[in-house]
Design a protein around this ligand. Structure first.
Ligand code: ZN
Length: 276
């Protein structure tokens, strides 16, 4: 057991690959991570989360960006920093976004040390890039040839860019007339195939889930358990940078959400509605 692994670390199920597996958040059934494309529990249909045999400490991290944290991601040395197989890396790179000091805002809200993380500095302009670098890396592991998502904007831009970097075909389903032109332009520039659906986001998600359930593409909406692994690096970056400046960790991290896909989905939440 590596140094830093807390007592009570999980026992590793037989289905794990190099200490990584997928566990159902409702019934705790374990699934192999990279045998086939899985988005929900095969026993009960609830969401899956990535589990690890060991927990890293901050001393285990080196390099820059999202893959600095590869000790906490499904691929140890999977990123450009880690000396892994460079051909498998799907990085633009992403993460390492600025954490701004905001003294005037501190004064106006009465907080002593306030920072603001600028996730718009990621390659396609949103935090979604953090999840896509991991999700598309998993797609490579699975050997799929086509990626797909339903989107109202940022997800499609991120998937199209990372799909292009990986040399994979990307299919994007958008609600017709409801997506900002700039975001559609990003997907087009990266050569994604764009299908406009006469309906809303949920209608698009239904269509893309039908396609991915038939095995015609790999789903990269946030129903995909691996995207959240990349997105969690926002918190790790905040902790490390704040600690470097202040000598302590922040008391609170406030995270704005659209549909809360980046928090651990709670019990009772509909399993097919983690969002985009
Ligand atoms: Zn289950």
């Amino acid at each position: 057991m590596p140094e830093g692994t807390p007592r009570g670390a999980p026992s590793v199920p037989d289905v794990a690959t190099e200490g990584v597996w997928l566990r159902c958040i409702e019934c705790s059934h374990d699934h192999p991570p990279f045998e086939s494309a899985l988005y929900t529990c095969q026993q009960c249909g609830a969401l899956l989360e990535v589990r690890y045999a060991t927990y890293p400490t901050f001393d285990d991290f080196e390099g820059d960006g999202v893959w600095r944290y590869d000790a906490a991601l499904p691929f140890a040395d999977g990123g450009p920093n880690g000396g892994g197989d460079a051909a498998e890396v799907v990085s633009l790179p992403e993460g390492d976004t600025p954490l701004y000091r905001v003294p005037r805002l501190e004064d106006s809200v009465g907080v002593r040390s306030l920072r603001v993380k600028h996730e718009g500095m990621n390659p396609t302009g949103s935090f979604k890039d953090r999840g896509m670098t991991v999700g598309v890396r998993v797609a490579r592991e699975l050997g799929v040839e086509r990626l797909a998502c339903a989107s109202t904007g940022n997800t499609s831009a991120a998937l199209s860019a990372y799909g292009a970097r990986a040399g994979l075909e990307t299919l994007v389903l958008l609600p017709a007339g409801k997506v900002a032109a700039g975001k559609v332009a990003q997907a087009r520039l990266h050569n994604a195939r764009i299908l406009e659906v006469d309906g809303n986001f949920d209608d698009c998600l239904d269509v893309v889930r039908a396609l991915t359930d038939r095995g015609e593409a790999y789903l990269l909406n946030s129903l995909n358990p691996f995207r959240l692994e990349g997105q969690k690096t926002i918190g790790l970056e905040i902790m490390e940078e704040f600690h470097a400046e202040e000598g302590r960790y922040p008391d609170r991290i406030v995270l704005p959400v659209g549909n809360a896909g980046n928090r651990r989905p709670g019990r009772g939440r509909r399993p097919d509605r983690r969002g985009d």
